[in-house]
Design a protein around this ligand. Structure first.
Ligand code: B12
Ligand code: SF4
Length: 542
């Protein structure tokens, strides 16, 4: 049987990274079936185009995975596929929480033939076998022999055959630039950000987050060996292709068990498996200097930190009191000393927020080492404690907000400001954190660093806003360059003079410091963006 795994585009931004679930399920598919992957963010397709593809390719089963924000699109795609007679199975966090919605058992239309509840590592092979026999059941849940729910162990993690998977659709380098960039350094003709997980689960239970409910509060890890081998495979592939691969460790809290994270990072270093990586780690776990040394030595370049708010009352309200705004600066400075920078995620529209929260937050941010701040709105995702609290209090203004997804729009009224005021705060945050002046200041703040670091922070800032915020498009990009021409000319001038290349810092030389997002070509990030990376509406992670 030929199987299509499909991830709908999020309708606003172009993802800069593919979704891990597709590769994982592909690797877990029983022998004898062919699996095709399409990521709508990389290959945008409308409903009729997908239906036609499924018919022409003789696909026998389609698997669709989606977050809440893409679920409306996922349902439309599923409807079109089912209309041509091909069964659809859906999985992921949204349909796990609202299976009745997907199966039409809530009085609405049916969108899926079957739903995989929770983690599908063990149920996917059963689903495929049942579908091949024409005996799909409505729901599949991971249970033990006694029928009790169980979370899959990650000890026997499948080998994802990175050496042979076609990654063409995930190359962030535009085709036109490939011949030229192939000759730069070790080769930049391809650049891909690949998701890798080293563990699952987070016990913290922040009120807006689905992770503790979905993955459970017991944390499970892969073996160090299996993670190291995966990195070695990726590294070998980038060498053969003369391209670049960076890894996004998608664990919700990569250092949730500091002892284990250190041991993994040591093993990565010992095996020479370092690649440039980014990971999500909560601020409280970054106090440990030895951990920071290992992060830097193992290839860590960016750490995503869910700061959420600089107001301890807000943090307490959403059960994230373990975040201590008083120590944010110290953590960021310690990271920056090792040339590791932070993506700092904030949520506005929290119950103790008042007008001016964006400027108050930015005032703090400006005192920190330069990084990539991101701003989102508090969003009640289905089945989270936040959703239940707001529902009980009658505060949801759009209880089924996912049915008509509107980017950057609240679905409940904050306590101390209006919805419109909260929207304005988010716009203010993005506009001011990424203004030409703010970009120039970020470059100046690294005045004692090698030119490469300064160029990288600048490029990262230029591109990054585009991942989240709908400001791009070709014309907007040209405008952006024009607005930042002074900083661009200055950096080019310094590069031409050459004398700063080694800088005055004692940092280890690094051909592509900082990189990751900073190396994502403009065209990719430029399309119409507008969401937030991880977890900031609810800022998820860490
Ligand atoms: C990496 C990540 C991202 C990446 C993008 C996704 C990517 N390209 O990988 C980035 C960082 C950009 C991102 C952004 C956002 N994210 Co995010 N992200 C994650 C994260 C940390 C890991 C995802 C992952 O790969 N997990 C590991 C895989 C193995 O798990 P999985 O995807 O759930 O898949 C398993 C099952 O669900 C199931 N399954 C999944 N799909 C399918 C499909 C089929 C057919 C089947 C059978 C089974 C199946 O099988 C898999 C194996 O067990 C998750 C949290 C988490 N731990 O999952 C949040 C998470 C998915 N993100 C979330 C959110 C809210 C966001 C943002 C909206 C945050 C924001 N406000 O900006 C943005 C939206 C971005 C966008 N533009 O769309 C929420 C989604 C909740 C929900 N109900 O939708 C999560 C769960 C975190 C949270 N705080 O609750 N995110
Ligand atoms: S927001 Fe981060 S720290 Fe909080 S529960 Fe979710 S994954 Fe854990």
């Amino acid at each position: 049987m030929k199987i299509l795994l499909y991830s709908p585009d999020n309708g606003v931004t172009r993802n800069f990274m593919p979704h891990l679930w597709m590769f994982l399920l592909q690797a877990l598919t029983p022998a004898g079936h062919e699996v095709v992957l399409i990521d709508g963010n990389a290959q945008p397709m409308g409903e009729s185009a997908i239906a036609q593809f499924v018919r022409e390719q003789n696909i026998g089963l389609v698997g669709i995975g989606a977050m809440t924000r893409m679920i409306a699109k996922a349902y439309r795609i599923a409807d079109a596929i089912r209309a041509v007679g091909v069964p659809v199975v859906m999985g992921g966090p949204h349909v796990t929480e609202l299976a009745d919605e997907a199966l039409g058992r809530d009085g609405g239309p049916r969108h899926a033939d079957a739903v995989a509840l929770g983690e599908a590592d063990e149920t996917w092979p059963l689903i495929v076998n049942d579908a091949a026999r024409g005996e799909l059941k409505e729901t599949y849940a991971p249970v033990d022999e006694a029928g009790k729910e169980r979370k899959p162990s990650l000890k026997a993690y499948p080998v994802i055959p990175w050496q042979s998977i076609s990654l063409d659709q995930f190359n962030l380098v535009p085709k036109l630039a490939t011949p030229l960039l192939n000759r730069v350094g070790e080769g930049w003709g391809t650049f891909r950000i690949i998701p890798v997980e080293s563990g699952r689960g987070c016990p913290y239970g922040c009120e807006f987050c689905t992770v503790t409910g979905f993955f459970g509060d017991s944390i499970r890890f892969r073996t160090n060996e299996s993670v190291v081998n995966e990195l070695l495979l990726l590294k070998a592939r980038s060498r053969i292709e003369q391209g670049q691969i960076a890894v996004f460790f998608i664990d919700d809290n990569f250092a949730i068990n500091v002892k284990r994270t250190k041991s993994l990072l040591r093993d990565i270093i010992a095996a020479g498996a370092q690649v440039h990586w980014v990971a999500q780690i909560s601020a409280n776990l970054l106090r440990d200097e030895e951990l920071l040394d290992l992060i830097a030595a193992s290839g860590g370049k960016w750490v995503f930190i869910g700061m959420e708010s600089i107001d301890p009352t807000n943090l307490k309200d959403v059960n994230k009191g373990f975040n201590k705004p008083g120590e944010y600066a110290m953590v960021l400075e310690r990271l920056a000393r090792r040339n590791v920078y932070a993506i700092t995620s904030f949520i506005f529209g929290m119950d103790n927020d008042t007008v001016g929260v964006a400027e108050r937050t930015l005032k703090q941010v400006r005192t920190w080492p330069p990084g990539l701040p991101i701003f989102g709105l508090l969003t009640p995702l289905p089945s989270t404690p936040l959703y239940k609290r707001l529902e009980t209090a009658g505060r949801l203004t759009r209880p089924k907000h996912w049915k008509e997804f509107i980017p950057f729009a609240m679905a409940h009224t904050p306590l101390k400001m209006t919805i419109e005021e909260a929207h304005e705060e988010v716009k203010y945050g993005w506009a001011h954190a990424y203004s030409p002046q703010a970009l120039a200041q970020a470059v100046d703040a690294l005045d004692d660093q090698p030119l490469g670091y300064r160029v990288n922070i600048f490029l990262a800032r230029l591109c990054f806003r585009g991942i989240y915020f709908p400001m791009m498009g070709r014309l907007a990009w040209v405008k952006l360059i024009a607005q930042n021409r002074r900083t661009i000319f200055r950096l080019m001038w310094e590069a031409l003079r050459g004398h700063r290349t080694l800088g005055r810092s004692h940092a280890a030389p690094n051909t592509f410091p900082g990189l990751i997002v900073s190396s994502v070509p403009a065209e990719i990030i430029t399309s119409e963006v507008g969401g937030q990376i991880s977890h900031a509406d609810p800022s998820p992670v860490a």
